[in-house]
Structure formats: structure tokens, C-alpha cells
Design a protein around this ligand. Sequence first.
Ligand code: NAD
Ligand code: LMR
Length: 348
Amino acid sequence: TQHPAKVEPLRVCVTGAAGQIAYSLIINIANGTVFGPEQPVILQLLDIAPALEAMKGVEMELYDCALPLLAGIVLTTDPLEAFRDVDYAILLGAMPRRAGMLRKDLLKANVGIFQVQGAAIDAVAKKTVKVVVVGNPANTNALVCSHYAPSIPKANFSALTRLDENRAKSMVAVRAGVAVDQVKNVIIWGNHSNTQYPDVAHAHITRDGARVAVEEAIKDEAYLHGEFIKAVALRGAAIIAARKLSSAMSAAKAVVDHVRDWHFGTRSGEFVSMAVVTDAHAAAAYGIPEDLCFSLPLSIKEDGHYEVVAGLPVSDFARGKLDATVAELEEEKAEAFAHIEYLAAVKK
Ligand code: NAD
Ligand code: LMR
């Protein structure tokens, strides 16, 4: 391509590339929405053999979009080809849940995928690769992926909770009667599951130029501690009940927001939620055990390094919520690694 030829293309892998989230996401990576209007990208698309034909259709459509920033397309069923030299790896490829299931019911079906892909990322991706896990149960899959990629810093692995954040912000905006971009610093703590804690205690809105705490703007603790939390946590199930398919357009939009903010950084005084592998700092800041993939408020620098926003007061109500989601993540972690051991034993 001739257009912004001076800028080296970013290599971006998307797995599950023939699936529904990918269909809304890939166009936004290739048209500049995620990495900006000056940044060419090479898309490295992975799916499994039965989906290869469908993926070829996606490739045809990408060409037909006539995208000046799209500097190349790799189409493959081989993880070692898909992750080669990538700067970003967006892991959508996994089984979605159906009505009546919990996301953790997908653990046994999906965890092996993230073990294999972690090892492939370790072998062939750039050591600076940033990984975003979307396939459910996303937090535990991301943790597994990080364990099998020991040569990549743990800080480079994340799971998507931005969809929950966007859902929460949108509900606050409707209730407070402001546009959604006037709602800042809503936090999603913990697991992308029913135990997540959507927290507005540190959030504010801007109305008529003035900053107002969300708890002032919506003076209804029963709602904010009850129906609101439930509505955010159960939104994924509500969409499955209505569509008979899990969220895809909104999931793709959340991935766009997550990756864009990780790439460009967050604004001063604002933070976003991503599930990241906890270290001693997270443990010290909020009493979260180390080595869980736990959604936390982060401020992200322009170079992509992030810090956990520390020092936010934790009420007794919040503590109970944090402890519950920690307990669930510990259970999922134990189950995931037990299942991996079981699979290894059966294979022998
Ligand atoms: P989908 O079934 O439409 O697409 C999944 C794709 O992944 C399919 O094309 C399938 O062939 C492919 N795939 C399966 N195994 C693979 C493997 N080993 N390697 C590469 N590709 C593989 O599903 P979808 O609606 O796109 O959802 C994908 C995942 O994202 C599901 O697990 C879903 O539950 C999850 N999800 C997470 C969030 C979140 O907020 N974290 C939001 C929405 C969906
Ligand atoms: C969501 O939150 O919409 C996704 O995790 C899909 C699901 O299974 O709910």
C-alpha cells in the first residue's frame, strides 16, 4: 500500500475470526477506529478448520471494503502462524453460552483452547504482545493463557470487562438523564460473571458543566446496591434470552474501547476497568490475592503501561462484593488447572 507507508504496520491477531463478534470487530480494526487513522494494520485471522470457508468469506468482504489502512491479511487454522510477531492478540475463539448456562459452564469446553494458544503466543508472538481474552469464562481463560506463556510479562494479559463497564455507564446515563460520555469512573470489580461488582461509589457525571457524584445524581442506594448491580451482571443472559445468541455488536464495541485505551492511554483523572493478572500491588491496594485475573480500575499511560488506581475507599458493602467475586475466581482457577491436569492424564 502507498498510503501512510512511513508507519510500520501493527500485526493484530483475531481468533474466532469467522464468528459473530469478529464480524463486528474486524472492520473497526481495519478502518482505523481502534489504532487511529494513521496506523496501518496486518490482520492475522485464526479459526478452526470447519470455519475456514466462512473465514474466507470474511476475507473477501475485507478486500471489498477497500480499506487503505489494511496492509495485509493472513488467514490460517494454525495458531503458530496466527500469532507470529503479533503486537495484539484478541482471543474471541471459543464456545459461547446458550440460555440457561452460566459462563463458567464453558470452562471445560474452552480452557484447553487458551492453554494451547498461550503456548503458541509464548513461542511466536512479540514479547511485547498485548493479549485480550474475550472467550468465556474470560478471566480464567486469560489467567490460563498467561500461565502457558511464561516469557511474556503477566501485565500483558487481560480479559474483557469493558462490556460490563459500558452497560453500567449506559444505565447510569439513562437514570441520571445525561449523555453516556458524561459518565466517568464507573468500576467493574472482579469476574465477568454474575459475581462481578459494578461500582458507582467513585463515579461522577457532568451535568450543565458541573461535576456531580453518581450517588448524588441518583439518590437511591437501594437501586444502586440492588437492581442496578443485578441488571449489569445479568445483561449478558438477558441478551441471550432475547436474541438466542450472545451479545456480539456490543461485545465488539467493548473490545474496540478496551484495545484503543490500552494503545493510547486514558485521560488524566479518568480510569477504565480491565481484568488483569493481580500482583503484589493489587493485593496491597485492595486485598485481592495474587495471580487471579481480576477486573480493577486502571489508569493507562500513553506507552500502554498501566497502574491500578490505588487508595479508593472500600466500604463494608464493597468488601463483601469483592470477597465474593474473589472466591468465585479462586474456584474457577482451581477447576481450570485440575481440568488441564485431567486432560494431560487422559492423553497419556
Ligand atoms: P461464535 O460461536 O459466533 O464464534 C466463535 C468462533 O470461534 C467460531 O467461528 C469458532 O469456529 C471459533 N473457534 C472455536 N474454537 C476455536 C479455536 N480453538 N481457535 C480459533 N477459533 C476457534 O461466538 P461469539 O459470539 O463470537 O463469541 C465468542 C466468545 O466470546 C464466546 O466464548 C462468548 O461467550 C464470548 N463473549 C465474551 C464477552 C465478554 O464480555 N467477555 C462478550 C461476548 C461474548
Ligand atoms: C456477555 O456478557 O454478553 C457475554 O459474556 C456473553 C454471555 O454469555 O453473556
